[in-house]
Design a protein around this ligand. Structure first.
Ligand code: PA5
Length: 436
């Protein structure tokens, strides 16, 4: 992973970054010695290496059983119990994975439920599932989060209608708290296979727990390589020194820009496969930093698509933006622009050129134009769309986010604000105990 600050240099001096060296060292010490606010939630720090040491045989075996029998896996969850798996699925797998034949996929189709309360979306999913062998992984630490609880009720009822009560029990895997909560209780009563969401890992840091690992293993993502990438990143981004730790440099940089009025950060990518990675990233930073009336607002764009919509605003709109480009150096496929001399589209000069090369020129041009327009931008280059690289990037951002929140003076590991709307919604829904 390379961090390139070429297009922040006009906005921020190297000194403004290195000035933070001693603060970063102190916060790093607090982090590794678990003295930070929210220090009960630091299990993610060495989660990947610990998991590899403990072994993943049980997850791989459970995943294989589902793989061997399922046409479709439905993953029920929201927020931290959803976005990591979806990000990794879309990063690693082909764009139209579900539309490929079973032989081409090598595993079941995958669908996500419980991340909304839309009757239309639920109905559309149930229509697609008709006639398929369906397995479900329900993921909820509490078991009482409204969206996944509704989604799970619906899909469980559907399974029971299709396969009967007894068989349904063998088709559900529950990923939840080790001992407490509604889902743990139900899973025990019904005899579902279960996996544990560790107490010391918050939702948005949980992708490398069974929350992400099980569904990813079912669809054939190499979770060992994913974990290895993150485990190696524990070392690569484990140094207290700003000179050696790109994650901390990035954390310092976004804080320095924030203090200069750049209060919105746009995650920008040039690969549709990164769309849900950006969604994961937004939750990570939004929930970690957005509190006490502080925080960089995390947004995202998919270029070049969004250059034809949001590009205007980024180039010339209200100036409080900076961008973080994540660039994948090597795509999976090579595609060339065909020659077609009779087409008057002015494109013949590109005949024979690789799309990857053109895409990269678009990225370079965008970075340069946006910097000229007053938008500092950071470039994070990664090698490819492999599991290993993704594991590295997950960890890079987790580590950066922890340091960034600490530098901002907030607890990066709690999310008290997400309760407020729930209280009002429960009042409106007439939930017992919530009446005014
Ligand atoms: O980060 C968080 O804590 C949230 O996004 C939760 O993960 C999300 O609300 C899901 O919670 P639960 O797993 O309890 O259903």
């Amino acid at each position: 992973l390379k961090l390139d600050l070429t297009y922040t240099n006009d906005f921020l001096s190297e000194e403004e970054i290195t000035n933070a060296e001693s603060v970063v060292k102190a916060l790093h010490d607090d982090l590794v010695h678990k003295r930070t606010p929210g220090s009960d939630y630091l299990g993610w720090l060495d989660l990947a290496s610990r998991t590899l040491q403990e072994g993943i045989t049980d997850i791989l075996e459970a995943a294989k059983k589902i793989r061997d029998h399922a046409d479709a896996l439905v993953v029920v969850g929201i927020g931290g119990s959803y976005l990591g798996a979806r990000a990794a699925y879309e990063w690693v797998k082909p764009e139209y994975y579900n539309q490929l034949s079973k032989a081409e996929r090598g595993g079941p189709e995958i669908y996500f439920l419980g991340n909304h309360i839309s009757a239309d979306a639920v109905s559309d999913l149930l229509t697609v599932l008709k006639g398929k062998q369906v397995y479900v992984n329900v993921i909820s630490k509490s078991g009482t989060t409204t969206e996944p609880a509704i989604g799970f009720r619906l899909i469980r009822e559907w399974l029971i209608k299709e396969y009967g009560e007894q068989e349904t029990k063998g088709r559900i895997v529950a990923t939840t708290d080790a001992s407490k909560g509604a889902l743990r209780k139900l899973a025990t009563e019904e005899g579902y296979k279960t996996y544990v969401i560790p107490d010391d890992v918050g939702g948005r840091y949980s992708v490398l727990t069974p929350v992400g690992l099980l569904p990813l293993a079912v669809i054939g993502v190499d979770i060992e390589k994913l974990l290895q990438g993150a485990a190696d990143a524990e070392k690569a981004f484990g140094s207290a020194s700003l000179a050696d730790n790109a994650a901390y440099r990035y954390a310092v940089l976004r804080n320095a820009l924030y203090r200069k009025g750049y209060v919105t950060e746009i995650f920008a990518h040039f690969e549709p496969a990164l769309h849900y990675f950006a969604e994961w990233w937004k939750q990570l930073f939004g929930e970690s930093e957005g509190k006490n009336e502080k925080g960089v607002f995390p947004a995202s764009v998919g270029y070049t698509t969004d250059l034809h919509s949001m590009g205007q605003f980024v180039q010339e709109g209200y100036r409080n933006l900076f961008e973080t480009f994540v660039h994948v150096e090597n795509g999976i496929h090579n595609v060339q622009v065909p020659s077609a001399k009779n087409m008057d589209d002015g494109l013949e000069y590109l005949a024979g050129k690789e799309l990857g090369w053109i895409n990269d020129k678009a990225r370079l041009a965008t970075q340069s134009a946006h910097a000229e327009g007053g938008v500092p931008n950071v470039l994070i280059q990664v090698a490819d769309r492999s599991e290993y690289t993704l594991g590295t990037l997950f960890y890079f951002f987790e580590r950066a986010c922890a340091m960034s929140g600490l530098l901002m003076g907030v607890n990066p590991f709690n999310q008290p604000g997400v309760e407020n709307y729930k209280t009002k919604m429960f009042q409106l829904l007439g939930k017992p105990g919530y009446q005014k």
